[in-house]
Structure formats: C-alpha cells, structure tokens
Design a protein. Structure first.
Lengths: 80, 144
C-alpha cells in the first residue's frame, strides 16, 4: 500500500503524517508513507488545499487532519 | 492550489456551471473574476463530475462552496449535491434578470454580477419575485 501526505511541510502536515504512521503501525500492515511537498505534484491530484491524504492514488481528505481511527478505516476498506 | 489549512483563512471554493449557453459563459467569467479579486478560488466542476478524488475531497473539506449557475437547471449546485456537498451560496443568473439566449457577455455585465455576489445584493426578495414571475408564465401546451 502507498500512502501519500500532500503538503508543504506545515505542522498540520506533520500531524497527519504522524496519524498515518500510527494507523499503519497499529494495523501491522506494510505500507510506504511518502511526503509530497512539490506543488506541481500536489496540484496533479486536483486538491485545492492541504494537508491531504492519498491512499493508493485516491485522495481521501483535503484541508483537514483525519484521526488515526479514520485513517485505519480507509486502509481497511482498501485492503478488503 | 488554494491554501494550506495552517493559514487559518476561510477556504471558499467557487464552481461555475460553465454551460454552453450565454448565461453559462457568463457564470464562468464571473467565477474567474471573483477568483482574480480574491473572493474565493474557482475550481473545476467537470472534475467533480469526472470523479476526481482530489477535487471531491477539496469540496468536502472547504469552509464554503459557492455554486454559480447560468440557468435554473442548476448543474453546479446539483453536481455538488450529488457528492453530498450542500453549497453555502447558490446563484442562478436567470434569477438576476438575465435571460438565457439573450445575454451579451461584456466586461460590464461580468463586473455587475460579480459585485452583486460579493456584496450579497442578490436578495431573496429579488429571486422570489423572479420565481413568481416564472410561475405566471404560460404553459406552452396550449390546453391548460
């Protein structure tokens, strides 16, 4: 699984990265967590605000920090 | 791209129907002008229809979503509603004394409509009056 955190490196982006790392650790799955900070790459996803979370190419949320629990739910959905 | 949510600024996204009629073209031009003037940020309605996840997630995450439709078919508003987003502001240009098929696109009209949206001078009373006028329009079937 590939999880991308879109954002320019602000505190909220870091918090989102932390939540994603905790979700992955708690589920015990193998996932690659990548920070995407280049504006060109962020805009390619069509997001209008950051931070944003992308799981296997699908933007799940933009402009908000989802909780660890929410991220775990999305990961489970993707794995089913 | 618009904003980082760390900026704590209100994120207002603008969607125009951008339909093929003159009022659709006007809606598009008004949305672009409002973006240039910093009222909000225009984003692609077609992208939502195409199911692009980033645009959909942005609509769901924005503080405000403004739908500008040329006519009462209201494609912009309905497209947002189809993804579960209720626009915070909706405008239908034919409710603002503009007639579909008879509206010239000029800098002046673009400016007037943009200003009305920014100033919130598109009153409910005005819209209601227009709606009432439409109700009194004769049916074309000729039998009622």
């Amino acid at each position: 699984m590939k999880i991308e955190i879109l954002g320019m490196g602000c505190p909220k982006c870091k918090k989102l990265t932390q939540n994603a790392q905790q979700a992955v650790a708690e589920l015990g799955i193998e996932a690659e967590i990548i920070k995407v900070e280049e504006l060109d790459k962020i805009t390619e996803y069509g997001v209008m605000m950051t931070p944003a979370l992308v799981i296997d190419g699908e933007v799940k949320v933009a402009g908000k920090i989802p909780s660890k629990q929410e991220i775990m739910t999305w990961i489970k959905e993707k794995n089913n | 791209m618009g904003e980082c949510c760390c900026n704590n600024t209100k994120i207002r996204l603008i969607y125009s129907c951008s339909g093929c009629a003159d009022v659709g073209e006007l809606a598009d031009q008004v949305a672009r002008k409002l973006t240039r003037e910093g009222y909000g940020k225009m984003t692609c309605l077609a992208s939502i229809s195409a199911g692009i996840s980033g645009t959909i997630a942005s609509a769901k995450g924005a503080d405000e979503n403004v739908a500008i439709d040329g006519c009462s078919v209201a494609c912009a508003r309905k497209t947002l509603e189809n993804i579960g987003v209720k626009p915070t502001e909706t405008y239908i240009l034919t409710d603002m004394y503009l007639e579909k098929g008879k509206t010239a696109i000029s800098e002046e009209i673009i400016a007037v409509v943009s200003e009305q949206i920014k100033q919130g001078t598109v009153s409910e009373a005005q819209s209601k009056e227009e709606q009432d006028k439409n109700k009194n329009t004769e049916c074309s079937c000729g039998s009622c």
